[in-house]
Design a protein around this ligand. Structure first.
Ligand code: G6P
Ligand code: MN
Length: 450
């Protein structure tokens, strides 16, 4: 089986490759093609993966390609994880946001819209290339903002593109361990009820051997505040909601507090990563053991994740227990195996709604539990957004669809409607200024907007 990783020169590729190396089942991936625009990173990444494969029998072969069509030809599965504008683009979105007093985070508010505006034309072209050279392939999208990116690709690839994120499963894993339940979050004994959009959803049920244990957790404030999301939102608010919010909802629920912390933060996330990754790629290129360089860097990256939000909540350092990996790479492999081997897995995925959430159009992409088999991912009947979240889901889906309309038709008006309708952008004047700044900062990527 051939897997092509578009954006394969990205920092998280070794997580996926490690998961492939652990997979000993028949029918596993035997060849990996890395596609990237950066030949230097591809060369370094190939060395890191070779380090990982040392001593592993039948490790998947690795090839590298700067030509997407060449790497994609004959792929059974495609993982897409690209970053248009790179980390400097992410930092620029944050800076523009800061300068107008709004959040510029890569997937939320202005930052998410700006990032989508430069990404959507590129992923649409990628989808057309896949349809041409690998029409049989299943595409698993990691590219952020994952919901709207998956929806854009689905206009070309239909249900053969599925989006993934590690935050819902991470939330459920932390909830289980807060209850001292020893069951793995991916075990068939565990069933998650979760619904919303990517980075905008709620865990509303957590069944273990058929019994919902979420009420047990919700009744114990000390256990709620023993893990990341519980600390971020506070036990009292989580008990008030009666559900566990995705960590990215912190930008909405505590917007003023995050903005204030953001204003005084010495570094934004994007700025920090620009510096960190620059030295990583330089060091790794010449390191005798580039895998070690990668491991150190990865640890630092995880420890500092969402630092501004945690600062605003007065949380201090991130707990080691909250760092446990097995995030998106395991979701991706489980999804791939479920399709390739007709395995009936149950996963939280970004797929076309098809009536699962009554407030959202049928062809809009939502994040909900699905069963996975050889025919793809099928929404589980009964997923429901809690009442207090329905308005937000509908509004953000409108924002995403206007962003998509802007990308498909080159419409500046649609882009402005997206920005001005976003609840984290509080004035049409500000929306217009943000759009003007984005267009001048990303002149090439956004020149299509008229
Ligand atoms: C989580 C999210 C991903 C996002 C990542 C950012 O894993 O689910 O969608 O890409 O965080 O992490 P970073 O280290 O780049 O800030
Ligand atoms: Mn995500």
């Amino acid at each position: 089986m051939k897997l092509t990783m578009v954006g394969g020169g990205g920092f998280r590729t070794p997580l996926v490759y490690a998961a492939l190396l652990r997979d000993r089942e028949p029918g596993r991936v035997t060849s990996v093609a890395l596609v990237d625009t950066d030949a230097g990173r591809l060369a370094t990444m190939a060395r890191i993966l070779a380090d990982q494969a040392a001593g592993v029998a039948d490790a998947p072969t690795v090839t590298t390609h700067t030509d997407a069509a060449e790497g994609l030809r004959g792929a059974d599965f495609v993982f897409s994880a690209i970053r248009v504008g790179g980390l400097p683009g992410r930092a620029t979105d944050e800076r523009i946001g800061q300068s107008h007093g709004v959040i510029g985070q890569e997937t939320v508010g202005f930052g998410g819209i700006s990032y989508a505006l430069r990404t959507l034309p590129v992923v649409l072209e990628l989808a057309h290339t896949i349809a041409r050279v690998a029409p049989q392939a299943w595409v698993i999208n990691f590219t952020n903002p994952a919901g709207v990116v998956t929806e854009a690709m689905s206009t070309v690839l239909g249900e053969r593109v599925i989006g993934i994120c590690d935050s819902p499963i991470g939330l459920a894993r932390r909830a289980l361990s807060a209850l001292d339940i020893d069951e793995s979050v991916t075990s068939p004994a565990v069933e998650l009820e979760y619904a919303g959009l990517n980075h905008l959803g709620w865990l509303t049920g957590l069944r273990v051997h058929g019994r919902d244990v979420l009420p047990d957790l919700l009744s114990q404030p000390d256990r709620i505040e023993s893990f990341e999301e519980g600390k971020l939102f506070g036990a009292e608010w989580i008990q008030t909601l009666g559900a566990l919010p995705n960590e990215y909802l912190h930008y909405y629920s505590f917007r003023r507090d995050v903005l204030q912390a953001d204003q005084y933060a010495p570094l934004t996330r994007g700025r920090y990563l620009v510096d960190q990754q620059q030295s990583f790629w330089t060091d790794a290129a010449t390191a005798a053991h580039p895998l070690r360089t990668w491991e150190q860097c990865r640890h630092e990256r995880e420890v500092t994740y969402m630092a501004t939000n945690r600062d605003s909540a007065g949380m201090g350092e991130r707990d080691d227990a909250d760092l446990v990996s097995g995030g998106y790479e395991n979701v991706a492999i489980a999804l791939m195996r479920g399709i390739a081997h007709d395995q009936q897995a149950r996963l939280i995925l970004n797929v076309r709604n098809n009536g699962a959430l009554p407030d959202v159009d049928a062809d809009a992409v939502v994040e909900i539990p699905c069963t996975v088999d050889a025919k793809g991912a099928h929404p589980v009947v009964g997923a429901a957004v809690p009442d207090f979240g329905r308005g937000l889901v509908t509004t953000i889906k409108y924002v995403e669809r206007q962003t998509l309309e802007a990308a498909l038709g080159g419409s500046r008006s649609a882009a402005l409607r997206a920005l001005a309708s976003h609840p984290l952008i509080d004035s049409v004047r500000v929306a217009r200024a943000l759009l003007d700044d984005a267009r001048s900062s990303f002149a090439d990527d956004l020149s299509y907007l008229r």
